[in-house]
Each structure stands twice: as structure tokens, then as C-alpha cells.
Design a protein around this ligand. Structure first.
Ligand SMILES: [Fe+2]
Length: 158
């Protein structure tokens, strides 16, 4: 794919689009495979969060088009652009699933914060706003998961 339109801002959008695809799949994988006493609650929560993440993919891709860059759509390109680490082996229990999701959300939150700085630096309030809206949604999802873990440190205290 032609990358001559690339810039740090496009790279941030590309990375977060790929991360949204990866996180969506991680949520669906846990939605399908979770089991145990908390099955019902987690099965539903993982799907609700998956839907919120799924809706971000389109906006992140279209923002790249608005800025004149191509948007990735193949599994290989998305895999290369994502900086999330998802285990090959299915977590052995629901708590481990929630811990892995918290880790993914925190990676995305860090990336979105960096993206906001880049967008602000380039005088692009539209992209900064998109990242900020998604940041708030990710922070809320991270909070929901953190409450399940109870003893995990808050975001600001990590
Ligand atoms: Fe389902």
C-alpha cells in the first residue's frame, strides 16, 4: 500500500484502527469462551464492550481517508499496525481474561493520549476530538473491568 501520505498522525490513526480490530476480536473471543460462575455477566459485558470497540473501527479508518491516506483492511496489515499483545493460548480463567483486557485498554489509552498530543501539535482539532471521545470510552470500559478485579490500581496511580 502506498505510504507516501504517512505522518505521525496517520500512523497513530492506523495503529488505533488496528488495535480496535484486535481488541474487538479479543473481546469476542472471551465472550465465546468464558465459563464459570460469572459466565452470564461476563458473557454479556464482553459483548457490550465489543460492540463499543467495533463502532470505533469505521471512524478511525475514515479519519485516515479524510486526511488523504489509505485505510488498511487486510488481516496482515492490521496485525503489523497493532501494538496490542494478545496471547495465543486462551486464558485459563475469567479473571485472567479481565486482566488481559485491562492491559489492552491501558495500551490503547496510552496510544490515544499520544495521538491527542500529535493532533494538537498539528492543529487538527477534529482528530484530537475523535481520539478524546474514544479515550473517554476506553477509560470507562477499563474502569468497569478494574472494578471486577477490585484490587487493581486506578489508571492514574499506575
Ligand atoms: Fe454472542
Amino acid at each position: 500500500m502506498d505510504r507516501k501520505e504517512s505522518s505521525p498522525l496517520i500512523e497513530a490513526l492506523r495503529r488505533e484502527q488496528a488495535n480496535a480490530v484486535q481488541l474487538y476480536l479479543q473481546y469476542k473471543g472471551y465472550h465465546w469462551n468464558v465459563s464459570g460462575p460469572s459466565f452470564h455477566d461476563l458473557h454479556l459485558l464482553f459483548d457490550a464492550h465489543a460492540t463499543q470497540v467495533f463502532e470505533m473501527i469505521d471512524e478511525l479508518a475514515e479519519r485516515q481517508r479524510i486526511l488523504g491516506a489509505p485505510a488498511d483492511y487486510t488481516l496482515e496489515a492490521l496485525r503489523q499496525a497493532s501494538n496490542l499483545v494478545v496471547e495465543e493460548k486462551l486464558p485459563s480463567n475469567p479473571r485472567e481474561m479481565v486482566e488481559h483486557l485491562v492491559t489492552s485498554h491501558r495500551r490503547v489509552i496510552d496510544g490515544l493520549k499520544k495521538g491527542i498530543e500529535v493532533a494538537d501539535g498539528r492543529g487538527d482539532p477534529g482528530t484530537a476530538d475523535l481520539f478524546t471521545r474514544f479515550l473517554q470510552t476506553h477509560e470507562k470500559m477499563e474502569w468497569f473491568l478494574r472494578e471486577i478485579l477490585e484490587k487493581a490500581a486506578p489508571l492514574s496511580g499506575k
